[in-house]
Structures are given as structure tokens and as C-alpha cells.
Design a protein around this ligand. Sequence first.
Ligand code: HEC
Ligand code: HEC
Ligand code: HEC
Length: 138
Amino acid sequence: MKAITAFGSAILVVLALLQPLFAADDPLLPKIPPAAGDKCVRPTDEMRVNHMKYILHQRDLTMHKGIRTEQFSLKKCINCHVMPNADGSYPSVKTKEHFCAACHQYAAVRIDCFECHVDKPESAFATNETDQVNPDGH
Ligand code: HEC
Ligand code: HEC
Ligand code: HEC
């Protein structure tokens, strides 16, 4: 009896150690594409929870008070977070391969930001003469 219990708890320990691997491979969880750079503008855990507050706040500051700070620029988010596919094309925000859609599709969150803002990084454009935003404004 004693031996079985010890064996049982050894299995539990192994399972606990493997848990992160199972989670990473779980097809039911969103697969978040990797980012460029070594860290985000704020700690990752915090960004996961609060990113919307930062960019909405940033947008309000920019649009209504004419203040433009770089830290929470949407353009910068896209520059780091949207990487080219192997064939050089870029994922559209309409697909879950796009960073901003990976979780949103999973969590059924809808945002309209990309009706005006481009969903690709600046490096996707041959020239930088295109203004990346629809001139109609918010
Ligand atoms: C109707 C078009 C439109 C929509 C929809 C829209 N924006 Fe904008 N946004 C603009 C324009 C125009 C500017 C000002 C141009 C600029 O600053 O480059 C701007 C500026 C910004 C900026 C400051 C500039 C930058 O790149 O950081 C942020 C941040 C921003 N928007 C975030 C958002 C977010 C988040 C959403 C979705 C919740 C959103 N916008 C939806 C048109 C739009
Ligand atoms: C300098 C490059 C860079 C910029 C700019 C940047 N990020 Fe990040 N971001 C990262 C890196 C690197 C991570 C960590 C990824 C990881 O741990 O796998 C990250 C993590 C995140 C995460 C958590 C992802 C996860 O795996 O759960 C979110 C959400 C996020 N960023 C949103 C944003 C938003 C919104 C902006 C714009 C305000 C932004 N980031 C700007 C590089 C950047
Ligand atoms: C790690 C997962 C994850 C990633 C990656 C992510 N989001 Fe989100 N986002 C969420 C979740 C979950 C919510 C809903 C939070 C809530 O309702 O409280 C949300 C909400 C938002 C909202 C507010 C929507 C609303 O109407 O309230 C905006 C704006 C937003 N995200 C923008 C972005 C942008 C832009 C990117 C890419 C740069 C991005 N998110 C990447 C998980 C993510």
C-alpha cells in the first residue's frame, strides 16, 4: 500500500512538471505569436491584463489633447508584435495568426481599431510615405 502511494505521488509530481507543456500545446488555448525585441513597454503580465487601458488612454491623449507620447503608440505595438510569415507576407488582423487577434478571437473581443489603423508593421511598406491611418479620424 505504502509503495503504491509513493508511486502515485511520484506520478503527480511528474504530471505537475509537465503541465506547462500540455498547456502550451493545448489546441483550445490561443497561440500567441512571438514578438520582436526582448521586452514589452511594460511587464508582460501587466500588458496581458491592461494593454487596452494604455492604448485607449494614449489614443484619447493624442486625439483630444494633442499630446503624443511614444510609449503606448499603437504603431509601435504593431512594429514589434506583427512579424512576417516564412513567405514574407504578413498575417491579417482578421486571422488568429495576427498578434492582436490571437486572444481576441479566443475571448470573442471585437475592436474596430484596424478599420483605420494598419495591421502591419512599418517594415511591411516599401516606402514610408503612406500615412498609416485613415484621415477621417475617430
Ligand atoms: C475612424 C478611424 C479610427 C479608428 C476606428 C481608430 N483610430 Fe486611432 N487614430 C486615428 C487617427 C486619424 C489618429 C491620428 C493620426 C496619428 O496620430 O497617427 C489615431 C491615433 C491613434 C493613436 C495615437 C497614434 C499611435 O499610433 O499611437 C492611438 C494609440 C490610437 N489611435 C489607438 C486606437 C485604438 C486602440 C483604436 C481601437 C479601439 C483606434 N485607435 C481606432 C483613427 C482611428
Ligand atoms: C520593443 C518591442 C515591443 C513593443 C513596442 C511592444 N511590445 Fe508587447 N511585448 C513585447 C515582448 C518581447 C513581449 C513578451 C512576449 C513573451 O513573453 O513571449 C510582449 C508582450 C505583450 C503582451 C502579452 C503577450 C502574451 O504572451 O501574453 C501583450 C498583450 C502586449 N505585449 C501588447 C503590447 C501593446 C498593446 C503594445 C503597444 C502599446 C506593445 N505590446 C508594444 C515586445 C513589444
Ligand atoms: C494575451 C491576449 C491578448 C492579446 C495578445 C491582445 N489582446 Fe486586446 N484584449 C484581450 C482581452 C482578453 C480583452 C478583453 C478584456 C476585457 O473585456 O476586460 C482585450 C481587450 C482589448 C481592447 C478593448 C476592447 C473593448 O471594447 O473593451 C482593445 C482596444 C484591445 N484589446 C487592443 C489590442 C491590440 C491593439 C492588440 C495588439 C497590439 C491586442 N489587444 C492584443 C486580450 C489580448
